[in-house]
Design a protein around this ligand. Sequence first.
Ligand SMILES: Cc1cc2nc3c(=O)[nH]c(=O)nc-3n(C[C@H](O)[C@H](O)[C@H](O)COP(=O)(O)OP(=O)(O)OC[C@H]3O[C@@H](n4cnc5c(N)ncnc54)[C@H](O)[C@@H]3O)c2cc1C
Ligand code: SF4
Length: 331
Amino acid sequence: MLRLPHFRYLAPRSLDEAATMLAEHGPQAVVVAGGTDLFPNMKRRQQEPPVVIGLRSVSTLGGIDALDGRLRIGATTSLHNVASHGLVRERLPALAIAAGLVSTPPLRRMGTLGGNLCLDTRCTYYDQNYHWRKSIDFCMKKDGAICWVAPNSPRCWAVSSSDTAPVAVALRADLRLVSARGERTVSAADFFHDDGILYLTRQPDEILASIEFPALEGWRMTYEKLRRRGSFDFPILGVAAAIKLSDGIVEEARLVLGAVGSSPVDQSNLAGSLVGTRPTYAAIQEVAAAAYKGARPLDNTDLNYAWRKKMARVYVERALAAVCEVELPNG
Ligand SMILES: Cc1cc2nc3c(=O)[nH]c(=O)nc-3n(C[C@H](O)[C@H](O)[C@H](O)COP(=O)(O)OP(=O)(O)OC[C@H]3O[C@@H](n4cnc5c(N)ncnc54)[C@H](O)[C@@H]3O)c2cc1C
Ligand code: SF4
C-alpha cells in the first residue's frame, strides 16, 4: 500500500488567511482542494510538500453565481455540482459535459473545477510509484535529468489531461488569481503554458479563486472525449467545440484540443474557415483534416499515439457536426 509522506495540514477559514499562509511558507507549501490529484501524487512522491493548505473551509471559494449573462464558478465548486447545476447545463453545456466525464462519481464529488484546471500534467514515465521511477533513474519532471520520451529534448512533454481545460479555453473563460500581493485576472488561454513542468502561468503564491465565463447567448457547444475505458479514464484526446450561428450562418467558431500537448491546443483558426458559411459535412471534413495534421500526440500516454492522432480527425468531425447540426454520413 502506498502511504502519504508526513506533512503539516493548515485549514484557513478565509481566502486572505489562505493567501497569507501560502506566502509565509513559500515553496514549502501547496494548496489542496479535493485532493484527488494531489494526494495520489504525494503517495507516489511526485510531490512532497511539507505544508498542505486546505481550501475546503474557505466558503467564499465555492458556489455558482449568475452575473447578468455571465457565470462565475468558485474554484472549489465540486465537479458534480458543475456538471449538474441547472445554469451550467443551460448556458455552458460543454462545461457540464466535460465535468461530468471526469473520473468517477465519488471523485467528482470530491474533485473541484479549480483542481481540475490546475491538474498536474501526465506521462507514462512519471505516473508511476517512487520505486518504478527510481528504477529508470527518474526523469526531468521529478528527481531526474533526462526526458525518456524525447531524450535530446531540453523540455518535458508531459500531457495536459484535464477535461475542463480545453472547454475553458474555447469558451474564453477568465480566471481570478489571488495572492498576498493582490489579485489579477488571466484568460484561460494565458493560464496554461506549453511545458510539462511549468504547465501553468499561476505563480506558486497564487490561489485560483474563481472562473468567470462570458455571456454566450446564441452559441452551441459540446465536448467529446476519447479514453480507453468508457466507465472512467483520463482523456487521451478531448475536443471542445463552440459555434455561434445566426440564421444558420456561422458567426464565430472555436475548436480546442485537449490531451495532445502540455497545454490545450487552440485550433479555432482552423474552424474559422466555417465563419460566414452555412456549414456542410464537406466543410467540416476539411477542418477535421487540418486538425488531424496539427495534432501531434506523443508516445507518453495511453494507447498508440499514431491511432490517437487519427482519432483527432474523427472526434473533431463529431464535435463540429454536433454543434453545426450537420448529420454525419454514418450517423
Ligand atoms: C482514478 C482517477 C481518475 C481520474 N480521472 C480524471 C479524468 O478523467 N479527467 C480529469 O480531468 N481528471 C481526472 N482525475 C484527476 C482529478 O480527480 C481531477 O482532475 C480533479 O478535478 C482534481 O480536482 P481536486 O480538487 O481533487 O484537485 P487537488 O488534488 O486538490 O489539486 C490538484 C492540483 O491543483 C492545485 N489546486 C487545487 N485547487 C487550487 C486552487 N484553487 N488554486 C490553486 N491551485 C489549486 C493543487 O495544489 C494541486 O496541484 C482522476 C483522478 C483519479 C484518482
Ligand atoms: S515527458 Fe519526459 S520529462 Fe516529462 S514526465 Fe515524461 S519522461 Fe519525464
